[in-house]
Design a protein around this ligand. Structure first.
Ligand code: SAM
Length: 214
């Protein structure tokens, strides 16, 4: 398995930030499963609590959580251009530039962490690093909800969303292996679900949604 190239991934999302927002800002409209999960997640967490949305991109997941009206949301991403755009799109929400693998967010500060498709460029090594960071940032009893594309292997794109120079490698992950990593770190598994893609609008891959508790 080739290495994770952080610099390339950041550059890819910096270049493609505008196109990403155009393509995905309203994607939850067509994803009832994801909406339902995010709503349940917000309802299960303490009112007035704090959620970090990691790898937030254009910020639409943060916005959906924010609109549940129960917790404060901070969107985090290492792509400065994505964060600039998210701030412009959703000025009511706080967004910060932050690297999931060496985050500046304090220990035991969050009630919840959401990372939808944020680990899609990681090898299992970075998955473990990111989850270790999330475990550190979560309060005892806090929850973590992550999603990713299920499978093996990689897809290489040289022109993500048709943007010149926006190249990166996407990686499929096996749900069982991710769950084993979570267990090793100390998480308790609450829910783990795989769903088939919605026809038409989604990349034709199975997806996993894993809800963990610290
Ligand atoms: C596929 S996008 C997902 C965006 C959004 N969560 C969604 O569901 O549409 C992956 C995001 O993760 C961010 N990302 C990748 N590696 C990261 C890292 N090490 N630290 C912070 N953000 C990262 C990228 O900049 C990008 O915005």
């Amino acid at each position: 398995m080739s290495r994770y190239n952080a610099r390339e991934v950041r550059h890819c999302y910096d270049l493609a930030a505008g196109e990403y927002a155009k393509n995905f800002l309203h994607e939850l409209d067509g994803k009832p499963f994801d909406r339902n999960l995010l709503e349940r997640f917000a309802r299960m967490l303490p009112e007035g609590g704090l959620i970090y949305e990691c790898g937030c991109g254009s910020g639409h997941i943060a916005k959906y959580l924010h609109d549940q009206g129960r917790q404060k949301i901070i969107g985090l991403d290492f792509s400065e251009k994505s964060i600039e755009l998210a701030r412009r799109n959703f000025p009511e929400i706080e967004f910060q530039v932050d690297d999931m693998l060496s985050s500046k967010m304090p220990s035991e500060s969050a009630d919840g962490i959401v990372a939808f498709y944020a680990i899609v460029h990681f090898t299992y090594r970075q998955v473990e690093e990111a989850m270790t960071e999330w475990f550190r940032q979560l309060k005892l009893g806090g929850s973590c909800l992550i999603s990713f594309h299920v499978g093996r292997g990689t897809i290489r794109t040289e022109k993500f969303l048709d943007v010149d120079g926006a190249s990166a490698t996407w990686r499929f992950l096996e749900t069982g292996r991710v769950l084993k990593i979570a267990e090793r770190i100390g998480f308790q598994q609450y829910e783990a679900v795989e769903r088939f893609p919605y026809a038409g609008g989604e990349h034709p891959s199975k997806r996993a949604y894993i809800w963990l508790k610290r």
